[in-house]
Design a protein around this ligand. Sequence first.
Ligand code: IMP
Length: 431
Amino acid sequence: MPGLAIIGAQFGDEGKGKIVDFLAEDADAIVRFNGGNNAGHTVKIGEKEFKQHLLPSGVFHRGKVNLIASNVVINPKVMISEIESLRKNGVTLNPKNLRVDLRAHLIMPWHILQEGGGNSAKIGTTQRGIGPCYEDKAARTGIRFEDLLSSASLTDKIKAQYERKVKALTGMGIRLPMDFSFASVLSEYLAYSRVLKGFAADVSMELNEINAQKKNILYEGAQGVFLDNNFGTYPYVTSSNCISASAAVSCGVAPSFITKSEGVVKAYTTRVGNGIFPTEIEGELGGEIRMMGKEFGTTTGRARRIGWLDLPMLRTSIMLNGFSGMHLTKMDVLGGLKEIKVATHYQSKGKTLTHFPADTNSRNNLTPVYKTFKGFEAQNWKKVANAGKKIKLKALPKEALAFLKFVEKELDVPFVSVSVGPERNEIIFLR
Ligand code: IMP
């Protein structure tokens, strides 16, 4: 492995959690490097389904080090509740196996209130205070995980922000909740600091030490390439960077540490929130795939928009991330459809485009050109998986194999796994 980045190649929700959980078996350390609790990673182990938003997806394996890097924004309440909920399910997290970078910024109650309307409603954000927290970080007024280490420092930092934030929020016409007094915000965060301060660490230094010991590090991305703040469908993007190179920036390691990057690709495309979606399927068929794929946001419960697989987007993803392999997820969901489409390129103002255009104007004038594949019968993969033997690629119907072969050839990057269900044993591994 030595340093493997796992990146969502589309608009997020590709199934990264499941792939990271699977690959974590071979890793010594798993580090989450961007976003916050806007993410939603679902991992199914036996009959139990775990929905996490903040903690790395490696936490289900014993003996691993789980790290959260500097560019992740931390909602302390969510962090405590995820630790607690995992504890109830037999997963014990403590400062020995989970650490957060001292430089990570904290989501404060005002960040969540700030997100009520305006631009965030236009974008369709998750309303978790993610954008406003990154705004304060860029403005150099944020409060960091290191501030949880000292009550005096935390008090000073909250004091320095509180009046200004109350003024800004009331100026925006936002009604403040009852428990928003300075004393109650302070006592809430002092209580969080008592629980969380032991988890603070210099994650950059640790990763450098782990790397020096030639151990394996898995860099876990959140969201997806087209939500990246630089390279996504701006302004309909998130506030952090999601591509593989940003893992080095957030983790405080040299880019050369990340020796490999692999993309997670859903067999079709989904998007939550607003913004361009060239291959979106309107009407009944979109609804049918949504139901079959249970395409409702893990974080907000919103219905995800559905579209066909989009090769120009994936070519751009491969270019931006240097994927040497791809994990195809939710192949089973396409079972039962009469036909399956793949956008091979776009037509735009008389031109053929093989990649996703950089400028908004061109993006608004895209006509996808499709190749249509014959559908294949839905299979009971759970039964096959539970029969005890590993599922082999050749078990897939020939129509599904033709689809896979075509996509792989067009993109010139091999699939390293194909998922046919939500559980660990429903992954066909091809490495
Ligand atoms: P924010 O990250 O809450 O600011 O939301 C910005 C955009 O990114 C919205 O369209 C969200 O729906 C989308 N988004 C944020 N996190 C995720 C994710 O983990 N999966 C899918 N979409 C996401």
